[in-house]
Write a protein that binds this ligand. Structure first.
Ligand code: GLU
Length: 436
């Protein structure tokens, strides 16, 4: 019998419909970074697997009176450097393989940015847009209840990811708080980050991932002598991350010349207004139909000439099937895992720089850390302060990656970023030892 929870067709995961294991990609990346610094085998084995894999199947009453059973995941990869930390993804393609890869990437992001968190990821395999708002609320609350004490403000701290948002985080926080003793209730707000401002969120958290993408791109531009103002960018995905990236790039004078998402693709060589497009997407759910640009076949998106290509949607999007079409000077991985291993090799061979996800999209978790700190001290920082600290944190990480890349004489920025994260984890493992 087929498992009713696992989508039969992995279509979309790789263009041929075949299943490209994201966790296999994550492991191969880990091996390359580990080789560079001769990481001992025991540490490789420890870091190759998550510490805990939690799967919950939980029933929710739907509005037609029926009960539907949902499958949720929370994968806790590492808590060596601090509490487990990472988003929850609501998407029909969520499965164990994907969440394991995403959880490990969170560990590297925190280590790279020197924030005192470990790595985790969760998700529910369903399409949130197919539910009524009250059904969605019950799913999120019941998921939180099912996770129970597997999450906690100093233990494991969820955040938004694809398909979830600030409202989902408020439901999670409220459910968790109401399952906590009355005297402790005010102390547990930081069990999730990415909340709305009114309920304890941080200024700047909403745009943090996109803001971080642009800070990392500025750092790269400075390093290689590239001018962002007057440059052109193509963006795949125009949700929270792609949208913020497009708007901030536009403010810096970069023209957004093409955008694609699940509904279609558009282009305008004179520039698409990222603010107008944001309003359009809020109203229509997709870039398709946007009146102030030319609609194109989504397959042609990859061959649009632009300096900067920003994949900001799902994983495994840049593959051997489309990599030859890409004309960019730099690929900026705003999404997690958008480039397959083979496609990355092809890009590097053609002199196209790849700025790796574990550095480029770490702005989200960095500002999550700021939110967690603000909740812990019952403060609210202002936006300038948050942006300034984010830039300092990311530029310090970028500097360290650039330096290690030179020291190790390695071509790939991803390999250098892995080597740096692994070195930091190695030092702590060696000092703490393994107990018992
Ligand atoms: N989901 C985001 C990521 O993949 C943010 C995680 C967080 O803030 O904990 O990095």
């Amino acid at each position: 019998m087929t498992d009713p929870f696992i989508p039969n067709s992995p279509a979309g995961r790789s263009p041929g419909g075949g299943h490209t294991s994201l966790f296999a990609t994550a492991l191969a990346q880990l091996e390359r970074g580990a080789d560079l610094i001769d990481l001992p085998n025991d540490l490789r084995s420890i870091l190759s697997q998550p510490k805990n894999e939690i799967i919950v199947n939980f029933p929710v009453k739907m509005n037609d009176g029926s009960y539907r059973v949902f499958r949720g995941y929370r994968i806790q990869h590492s808590n060596l450097l601090g509490p487990y930390k990472g988003g929850v993804r609501f998407h029909p393609m969520v499965d164990l393989d994907e969440v394991k890869a995403l959880a490990s990437w969170m560990t590297w992001k925190s280590a790279l940015c020197e924030i005192p968190f470990g790595g985790a990821k969760g998700g529910i395999s369903f399409d949130p847009s197919g539910l009524e708002a009250d059904e969605l609320e019950r799913v999120v609350r019941r998921f939180t209840h099912a996770l129970g004490s597997n999450i906690g403000p100093d233990h494991d701290i969820p955040a938004p990811d694809l398909g979830s948002n600030a409202q989902s985080m408020v439901w999670m926080m409220d459910t968790y708080a109401n399952s906590t003793g009355a005297a402790e209730r005010q102390n547990v707000k930081r069990v999730v980050t990415g909340k709305t401002l009114e309920t304890g969120g941080s200024p700047g958290r909403d745009k943090a991932t996109g803001q971080g993408v642009v800070f990392c791109l500025q750092h790269w531009a400075d390093e290689v002598g590239f001018d962002l103002s007057g440059a052109s960018a193509s963006i795949q995905g125009f949700g929270n991350v792609g949208g913020a990236t497009g708007r901030i790039l536009q403010v810096h004078g970069t023209k957004v010349v093409a955008v694609a998402d699940h509904g279609g693709a558009i282009t305008d060589e004179d520039g698409i207004d990222a603010f107008d497009l944001t309003d359009w997407v809020h109203q229509n759910g997709t870039v398709a139909g946007f009146p102030d640009a030319m609609w194109i076949d989504p397959d042609d998106f990859w061959s649009i000439q632009s300096d900067i290509l920003v994949p900001a949607a799902l994983e495994n999007q840049i593959t051997v099937d489309n990599v030859a079409q890409i004309q960019a000077r730099v690929v900026v991985e705003a999404a997690n895992g958008p480039t397959t291993l083979e496609a990355e090799t092809a890009l590097t061979q053609r002199g196209i720089d790849v700025l790796p996800d574990i550095l480029v999209n770490a702005g989200g978790v960095v500002v999550s850390y700021f939110e967690w700190l603000q909740n812990r001290s019952a403060e609210q920082w202002d936006l300038d302060d948050v942006d300034h600290r984010l830039r300092e944190t990311l530029w310090r990480a970028c500097d360290a990656v650039v330096n290690l890349r030179e020291e190790l004489e390695v071509e790939s920025r991803r390999d250098a970023a892995y080597a740096l994260a692994l070195r930091r984890l190695q030092v702590v493992y060696e000092q703490r030892g393994i107990f018992p």
